[in-house]
Design a protein around this ligand. Structure first.
Ligand SMILES: NC(=O)c1ccc[n+]([C@@H]2O[C@H](COP(=O)([O-])OP(=O)(O)OC[C@H]3O[C@@H](n4cnc5c(N)ncnc54)[C@H](OP(=O)(O)O)[C@@H]3O)[C@@H](O)[C@H]2O)c1
Length: 265
């Protein structure tokens, strides 16, 4: 299926910016979404240089009225959407006990509620046309926990559960809904974080998103270490969580914790 009209959220930097460049080519129309106009302008200019027809819109995904308005006008303003990439996300990166409820709510609005609104509107229109492909960027951390990440992991787990359940309702249609689960990736979101685990590049994740959309893959986990981690933590959660708890204990695992976990340096 040719993907002519593509909408990408969180396209102003990081993984979303890399996705825009991966997908930009002659004959395609891209709509890039984020809050920061200066960055959207910069990414649009470069993507146009690759031959694509590129527009952008500034939208704050934490504000439900802006999201509703945007998706309500999407088909009228942009035309029928062939592919949707739900990539925008935020991470508190703080101990759960230092995170106030307003920050948790904000994280849930951007990481879960806004994608849910997009899915309700755009996937419904795709079902009516019986065509379309959607890639949702989740996170490996919803299966593989690490310290200081609880509310972010929970918001991504909610998103992943939504996608997996919704997929069952699409089983008799020609609409594809896939999940991409990146691990630690070098982007502005993780700037200042260090880890002994090698970080992936934003472009490696962007390639996984492209594969998810075009090969209509249900799950794509970029990187061998991430694939092994996902298998291990899914197959034996009690065992892996017990090992993690030991490694995370300040008393028993300080050395491990310092070298292994992504953390703010
Ligand atoms: N980096 C990693 O290690 C990693 C690992 C697993 C999963 N992920 C996921 O991958 C996705 C991209 O992450 P990234 O690392 O590229 O993050 P990033 O560099 O911080 O970029 C986040 C993008 O989301 C947009 N965004 C954030 N809040 C928004 C809001 N309220 N309204 C509209 N747009 C908003 C940002 O644009 P504006 O600020 O201009 O609005 C930006 O374009 C996220 O869903 C993240 O959870 C990242």
């Amino acid at each position: 299926m040719d993907l002519e009209r593509i909408v990408i959220t969180g396209a102003s930097r990081g993984i979303g910016e890399a996705i825009a460049y991966r997908l930009a080519r002659r004959g395609r129309r891209l709509l890039l979404l984020a809050r920061t106009e200066r960055d959207l302008e910069r990414v649009s200019r470069r993507a146009r240089g690759q031959g694509a027809d590129v527009e952008y819109r500034c939208v704050d995904l934490a504000r439900p009225e802006q999201v509703e308005q945007l998706v309500g006008e999407l088909e009228r303003d942009f035309g029928p959407v062939d592919a949707l990439v739900l990539n925008a996300g935020v991470a508190n990166q703080r101990s759960f006990f230092e995170t106030d409820l307003a920050s948790i709510d904000y994280e849930l609005r951007v990481n879960f509620e806004a994608p849910a609104v997009f899915l309700r509107h755009v996937v419904r229109q795709m079902i009516e046309r019986n065509r379309g492909s959607v890639a949702v960027v989740g996170s490996l951390t919803s299966v593989v926990p690490f310290p200081g990440n609880a509310s972010y992991a929970a918001s991504k787990a909610a998103l992943q559960a939504l996608v997996r359940s919704l997929r069952l309702e699409l089983a008799s249609t020609n609409v594809h809904l896939g999940l991409v689960l990146p691990g630690f990736t070098a982007t502005p979101m993780t700037e200042g974080m260090t880890s002994a685990l090698p970080a992936m590049s934003a472009d490696q994740v962007a390639r996984a998103v492209e594969r998810c959309l075009t090969a209509r893959r249900p799950f794509v986990v970029p990187g061998l270490i991430n694939k092994v981690g996902l298998r291990l933590f899914s197959a034996a959660p009690a065992l892996t969580d017990a090992v993690l708890a030991r490694l995370s204990s300040p008393r028993l695992g300080r050395r491990w914790r310092r070298t292994l976990w992504p953390r703010v340096s």
